[in-house]
Ligand binder design. Structure first.
Ligand SMILES: COC(=O)N1C[C@@H]2C[C@@H]3O[C@]2(Cc2nccnc23)C1
Length: 130
């Protein structure tokens, strides 16, 4: 009912704000758009579920996420995929792995600092009621 729509609208506003702040951070430029399959033809062979900030924003707008936990499951793919696809010791791989680790820590710190646990609990209750 209306209260549920109010909670889910507030969730979308929170998730859009977090995702847009990440997209503006120059450290995370490699994560803003899907990896270009023309440039990296084997990417889809290695990574089963690609993810990036623009796809997160589309998912938010399409009302895919009812809880922050569902959003985090997709957001975690961004750094997990980067660590998996770029495992080598060469400087390029190391560089993107450092950024993937910085992204992981940044997202977790934002959620810890800015997500009210009572709000997430209400979202979980909406999810269970569906
Ligand atoms: C999240 O981004 C990534 O996991 N990657 C891996 C790809 C390998 C390397 O860097 C990426 C793009 C790229 N394009 C052309 C040539 N080589 C590369 C970005």
């Amino acid at each position: 009912e209306q209260q549920e729509e109010d909670v889910l609208r507030e969730l979308r506003l929170f998730l859009r704000n977090v995702t847009e702040r990440l997209s503006l951070d120059r450290r995370f430029k490699a994560f803003t758009k899907p990896v270009d399959i023309e440039e990296v033809p084997d990417y889809m062979l290695v990574i089963r579920k690609p993810m990036d900030f623009s796809t997160l924003l589309t998912n938010i707008d399409e009302q895919k996420y009812v809880t922050v936990g569902e959003f985090m499951s997709d957001a975690e793919l961004i750094w997990q995929n980067a660590l998996e696809y770029n495992p080598d010791s060469d400087p390029m791989d190391r560089h993107i792995r450092h950024r993937a680790c910085a992204l992981k820590d940044t997202v977790r710190a934002i959620i810890r600092d800015e997500l009210d646990e009572d709000f997430e609990r209400v979202c979980e209750e909406v999810k269970e009621s569906r």
